[in-house]
Design a protein around this ligand. Sequence first.
Ligand SMILES: O=C(O)CCC(=O)C(=O)O
Length: 301
Amino acid sequence: MKVKFCKTEVEYPGEKLGELRDSGHLKDNMDELKERIKQDGYLFLRNFLPPEMVIKAREAIVGYLDENNALVKGEPLLEAVMPNKGKEVVMTGRSAITHHPSSTAVFENKILFDFFKLFFGQDAATYDYKWLRAVGNESFTGCHYDVVYMGRGSQNVHTVWIPIGNIPVSQGTLAILEGSHNLESFARLRNTYGRIDVDRDMISEGWFTKDPYEITEKFGGRWLTTEFNPGDVLIFGLYTMHASTTNLTDKFRISCDIRFQPAGEAMDERWAGKKPVGHYAWGKDEAKERPITDLRKEWGI
Ligand SMILES: O=C(O)CCC(=O)C(=O)O
């Protein structure tokens, strides 16, 4: 099947975009899971959360989209059909919907806290801020490390990417660059790009590139994704490169990315507390921002 990965058409599944390794059957074997995330840079856990709970969250979210006139009237609500060239509807950090009881039931589910308590070997804390997204037609997320957005506190912050519904690869799934967290060939990338901070350094985009294959050609690794179902989760750390495939459908891609870290470690001040300040400089004054390409020239990559 042909899909689009950022701006490039590729065959999925195939050599350029393979399949994530499912660790769902290992969810009670923490030692093995830790080994896997060390090796692969991610954990893909199928059927980790109760799917019916995820569908309930979807009901609330499509209701919110509908109230905000983002959906085509007369279509089944749960399908989240968008108008021609429907663009992203901003829900990141909008607590009216990110903290709706049906949303919180998923994003702050005890299963997640229990999992991370075992994973970290101490109590887990989560950012109050949730990156809930309805991604529109032709939209995608470029290639990045999360550390550039949230690297000021614990280096053990882990992202949990949660599909809220069935998400085929043609609708914009998250893709992981296997090897980007540990291969020696990525060391320079981790030590340059991986040390920026979008607020301190005023970078215009935060993404290293919109071309996933520019990275694999220069540094190696292999891009992986999958067809996601409600209940699946994808977990990865601050230094795992990721991006999304492009939404080629007429339906919003609905997903949420949330963060967990050891409760005893410092939390990046931008995301701490009940009303986090978020990105206080980034995106606020275009005139002061520098394109990542300038920095890449300086780094020689
Ligand atoms: O869902 C997306 O398109 C982007 C998500 C992401 O970058 C993340 O989970 O860190």
